[in-house]
Design a binder for this molecule. Structure first.
Ligand code: TYD
Ligand code: MG
Length: 396
């Protein structure tokens, strides 16, 4: 009997996808022998993303197996051609029964396995209907064992359905090493890859892509993309800067405040915490005397980004105020600051990084918490405010 195993600390072995945005979200590539789940709406681009990564892996001489339960070998091949890499060789199986997997792994010396998708495959020992709760769970556990015992990197693709599919990726989150979600709006071409769980890295990073005719393209400067459609006139819009992981990101905050026609005013936040919105409305009402209580209020973070940082409070509050008063704001200014319950404007972390990103994209002014006003950013004038009321007074 073996009593103990020696372990070695330090960095794990990694397999890069050679897609910078992807590798960064993973925390520096796939950890060899890990099981990763990629979830997202049907049609969002999961297969495309994984085929890119699989082709890149194949290009490094790794044995790659792409197991498709949804598309034929021909379809996968056509897609692979469309992604236009130099000549690459990878193994493709188009079959919904996974029983032969181990045979193939042994035969072809596979290092990297993609299962597309967990909902479309079955193992006959658990019956023959793909997508059942039991199948999904058992296959995931089976793939985890394979990954660990063979040092095989396994990526499972899972569709998330609006109806909250019980056999969906949510249920698998605790079983796997890392969970990444691929998100986006069908109407827009950009896609965001986000880690919601990562045993080998942080979960703050996001990767940004656009879907083109030649597959997914990385977006090295997402701020530009998110501000591209910004209207620079009118009321109810501000620009603020987030810090997602290691990277600052500029986004537009839009607010619309209208007289309500409902018994209870409607408050809707898209990409922003609804409780935080309720709090900011209460501060505007109570500390600034703004009679906003009988208005519907909508807040939208343009571009489908989701914000969870208090650093954007001031931008949201100003946008709400601007819409209510129908007063335009300074479109050359970034707005940053946390707002407290008395309306005080509090300091923000990583302010310098946020402002530098703004300066890079041509913003010449920034409204910031007073205590951080002394910061020197080339090309940018800082306007310090102590209180939300001071901020609104600048616009009359
Ligand atoms: P897909 O990767 O099949 O989505 P998922 O696996 O998440 O269901 O991609 C879906 C859409 O992407 C499909 O409607 C076609 C489009 N697409 C492109 O626009 N360009 C491309 O190069 C590829 C391969 C797909
Ligand atoms: Mg697919």
């Amino acid at each position: 009997m073996r009593m103990a195993d020696a372990i070695v600390t330090g960095s794990e072995k990694r397999q890069l996808s050679y897609i910078e945005e992807f590798d960064r979200v993973l925390g520096g590539g796939f950890v060899t022998g890990s099981l990763v789940l990629i979830g997202g709406d049907p049609g969002i681009g999961k297969s495309t993303l994984m085929l890119h990564a699989a082709l890149n892996q194949a290009g490094t001489g790794q044995g790659v197996l792409y197991w498709s339960g949804e598309e034929s070998v021909h379809q996968v091949q056509l897609r692979a051609r469309r992604l236009a890499p130099p000549q690459r060789e990878l193994w493709v199986v188009a079959e919904s029964c996974l029983d032969n997997l181990e045979l193939l792994l042994a035969e072809h010396d596979i290092d990297f396995l993609v299962i597309d998708s967990i909902q479309s495959i079955y193992r006959s020992e658990h019956g023959s209907s793909p997508g059942s709760l039991q199948q999904v769970r058992e296959i995931t556990a089976y793939l985890m064992r394979l990954a660990k015992t063979r040092g095989l990197t396994v990526i499972i693709i899972g569709h998330v359905t609006k109806e909250g599919n019980i056999a969906g990726p949510k249920m698998l989150e605790h079983m796997v090493d890392a969970v990444l979600y691929f998100e986006g709006e069908r109407q827009h071409s950009y896609r965001i890859l986000r880690a919601v769980k990562n045993r080998f890295g942080s979960t703050n990073e996001i990767g940004v892509f656009t879907m083109t005719d030649e597959g997914l393209q990385e977006v090295p400067n997402p701020s530009e993309l998110f501000l591209a459609e910004r209207s620079q006139q009118g009321s109810g819009s501000t620009v603020t800067a987030l810090v997602e992981g290691s990277r600052p990101l500029l986004v537009e905050i839009q607010a619309l405040v209208t007289q309500t026609t409902f018994q209870n005013p409607r408050r809707l936040a898209n990409g922003f915490d609804p409780n935080r919105l309720a709090m900011l409305l209460a501060v505007l009402e109570k500390r600034l005397g703004l009679p906003i209580g009988l208005s519907d209020a909508y807040v939208n973070v343009a571009g489908g980004i989701r914000i969870s940082e208090p650093a954007v409070d001031l931008a949201v509050a100003l946008a709400l105020w601007s819409s209510f008063r129908e007063k335009g704001l300074d479109h050359q200014a970034l707005v940053l600051g946390e707002v407290g319950l008395t309306g005080e404007v509090r300091g923000v972390q990583h302010l310098e990084r946020r402002l530098r990103e703004g300066a890079k994209l041509g913003f010449t002014r920034a409204m910031v918490p007073m205590r951080q006003e002394a910061l020197a950013i080339p090309g940018m004038q800082l306007i310090g405010v102590r209180h939300l009321a001071e901020a609104t007074q600048r616009y009359g």
